[in-house]
Design a protein around this ligand. Structure first.
Ligand SMILES: *Cc1c(COP(=O)(O)O)cnc(C)c1O
Length: 347
């Protein structure tokens, strides 16, 4: 499989911007190469220097946790940057197409539209699993990307592993598995499969389990060929020095994060059971994520009644296959109790 030929011709021929930091990487005492402020910065930390364009220290710390070599790791301003870059590197506007599997994360479609790339939608089956025949039919020679979100947002389920392997075995474009919620799942990550599939891209993020949605840091793991292409096209200093510093500090706190994951998973089961006990709730779908999808008698009415009590959830009832459904993020035990008593007070 020739990944290099998947990229757009203009990207293949692109000579990337060369930063001062790219041209000289060694030790020196006087840096007069990047037009920075040589005196310092008005902050206690020294932010006067440009950050490492390839974020090697952060990647090294991530590598120790995930076991993925640095050359197979890309960091973006959220996963959303990696999603956008995949379109810009691999999809010719007005010619190529991508496959998405609704109901799923909204950003794939927005990013496709921004980049003027055709979207082929193959809905999940009623059990929220892949329609493998439908996907096979939708693929043509201009299909460059398939986005598989597992665990899926907003349905919460993991996609059956062997189904993903079927796609990996048969599709010649890039298979993007969005594992934003993998830390809450029983299913294993596909990271171990990276060595086997040069066309596999795995997205993970610091925004969910890591508790750093405000930081904006996302990861893409892939073959070094794919990673090199993403790095060539990204903005040179896409991750700020403060983000790199804070991410490094956060990566020292794995124990705290793992504790939160355990509590969240336990609370997910408690909340699911208690929701099911409410007369208005007809169904709570099993979840491998930090949210649940619940089917209720009057989704819009329930949503607005909760808003009136200062509680915000997501009304997904207009989304395909999600008729009557609300998506509820797992809160702290106290927040979940507030939600439950509010729901009891409705009607
Ligand atoms: C929340 C979420 C993300 C995270 O995006 P960031 O840009 O990293 O915050 C990615 N994918 C899915 C499916 C999500 O739900």
């Amino acid at each position: 499989m020739d990944i290099k030929n998947l990229q757009r011709e203009n990207i293949k021929n692109l000579r990337p911007y060369s930063t001062a930091r790219d041209e000289y990487k060694g030790q020196a005492s006087v840096f007069l190469d990047a037009n920075e402020n040589s005196f310092g910065s008005p902050l206690p930390e020294n932010f006067n220097r440009y950050p490492d364009p390839l974020q090697l220290d952060v990647k090294d710390a991530i590598s120790k946790i995930k076991g993925v070599p640095i050359e197979n790791t890309f960091l973006g301003n959220g996963s959303d940057e990696a999603i956008d870059l995949l379109f810009r590197c691999f999809c010719n506007p007005g010619k190529d197409n991508v496959i998405i599997l609704p109901p799923t994360y909204g950003m794939y479609e927005v990013s496709a539209n921004i980049n003027d790339v055709e979207i082929r939608k193959v809905n999940l089956l009623p059990n929220f699993q892949l329609d493998l025949d439908g996907i096979a039919e939708a693929i043509d020679e201009n299909t460059k990307l398939i986005f598989i979100c597992s665990p899926n947002n907003p349905t919460g389920n993991s996609i059956i592993r062997t189904d993903i392997e079927t796609i990996l075995a048969n599709f010649k474009g890039l298979v993007v598995i969005d594992e934003a919620y993998i830390n809450f799942a029983k299913q294993r990550t596909f990271i171990q499969e990276l060595t086997e599939y040069p066309h596999l891209v795995i997205l993970q993020t610091f925004s969910k389990a890591w508790g750093l949605a405000g930081l904006r840091l996302g990861m893409a793991f892939a073959s070094s060929i794919v990673i090199d292409i993403l790095n060539k096209v990204k903005a040179p200093y896409n991750i700020s020095q403060s983000t790199q510093d804070l991410a490094l500090a956060a990566l020292q706190n794995v124990t705290q994060v793992n504790d939160w994951i355990k509590v969240t998973v336990a609370e997910r089961e408690i909340l699911s059971q208690k929701l099911l006990g409410l007369p208005m709730v007809s169904k709570v779908y099993p979840s491998d994520a930090n949210f649940v999808l619940a089917e209720v008698a009057d989704a819009a009415g329930t949503y607005h009644a909760l808003v009136d009590q200062g509680i915000i959830i997501r009304d997904r009832s207009k989304v395909v296959l999600c008729d009557g459904c609300l998506r509820i993020t797992i809160g702290t035990p106290q927040e979940n109790e507030i939600l439950l008593s509010a729901l009891k007070s409705i009607n």
